[in-house]
Design a protein around this ligand. Sequence first.
Ligand code: NCD
Length: 320
Amino acid sequence: MVPSPARIGVSMPSLQHVLSVRQFDKARIDRLFARVREMRGIVKRGQCTILGNKLMGAVFYEASTRTRFSFEAAMLRLGGNVITTENAGAFSSATKGETLADSIKTLGCYLDLIILRHFDDGSAQIAAEVSTVPVINAGDGKGEHPTQALLDLFTIREERGDPSKLHVVFVGDLRHGRTVHSLARLLSMYDTRMSFVSPDALNLPDTLFQDLIAEGCEIREYVGLREVIESADVIYTTRVQKERLSGMEGVALDGSDYALTRELVACMKQGTIVMHPFPRNTEIPTWFDDDPRAAYFREIQNGLYVRMALLEELLNPFPE
Ligand code: NCD
C-alpha cells in the first residue's frame, strides 16, 4: 500500500496516551492535522481496514453524545471494533466499590485502547499510570478535554487560518468548562489574542490565567460580550456547567445573559465564526443556525476526522 503523504516526514516519538493538550507541540499538531484532512476522503470512500484487528472500549462515567458517538464512529469507520458503556458509574463494578485503577487494569486485559470520560479532575492521568493499553482522556471533571480542543483548533484553522492573527473570545462558564481550559492552552502556543467573557463567579481558574500570562499571551477579561464582539474573529460560547456548581447556588448564573441576541449578531464582523462544544442551552438561539458564521455543526463534523487521526496515531503509530 502506498503510504499517505501525511504519514511520511517529521520524525517524533509516538504518543502513548492522550491526556492533555500539553503533550502537543506545533509540529505534532501540523502532522496530525495533515492526516485529519485525509480522513475526510477515507470516510467518503468507505471500506477502510486500517484498524481492522483493533478493539476500542468507550468507558463513560459521565454523559456524552458527541464525544462518545464520534469516537465510536471513528473506530468503526477505520475498520475497528467497539465495546461501550455509557453509564460506567452505574453499570460497572464501580457500584460495588471497585476503584478506577482496578477497572482500567481489567479493561486492559481485553481491549487495545480505552476512551475514558470521568467526573474527577486528574482521573485520566490515574488511569494512564496503571493502564497496559493507550488511554484517551475524553473529559476529566473540570480538568481537560484535549480531543475537543484539537477539533476546535482544527476548525479554527480550516475556517479562519493562522491562529496567531486571530482574536478569540471565550464566553460563558470559563471556570468549569474543560473544553475552554484545553483550547486556551493550545492557542497560547500560537500567541493568539484571547478575551474571556463571564460573570465573576465563572471566570477562568487562577492557575490557568497565570499560566497564560506567564506564556506571554495577550489576554483580557470582560463581563459583557457587547464590549468585545466587534473585534472578535472567533466567538467560543459555552453553557453553564450546572452539574459542577456545588456550593455556588447563591450566585446569579443566568446563561441567557451570555446568549447571542440579534443586537449582538448585528455587531459581529462578516467573517467571524461562532463555535460551541455543545450541548447548548440558551447561549445560541436556533434562528442563528442558518447563518454562515454558525460554525458549530461543522466543528462537530470535524470531531469525527480528528478522532480518526488520533486513534490511528495511537494504534498504528507513524513510522519513526
Ligand atoms: C463538553 C464536555 O463534555 O466537556 N461537551 C463535549 O464534549 N462536546 C461541553 C459541555 O458539557 O458543556
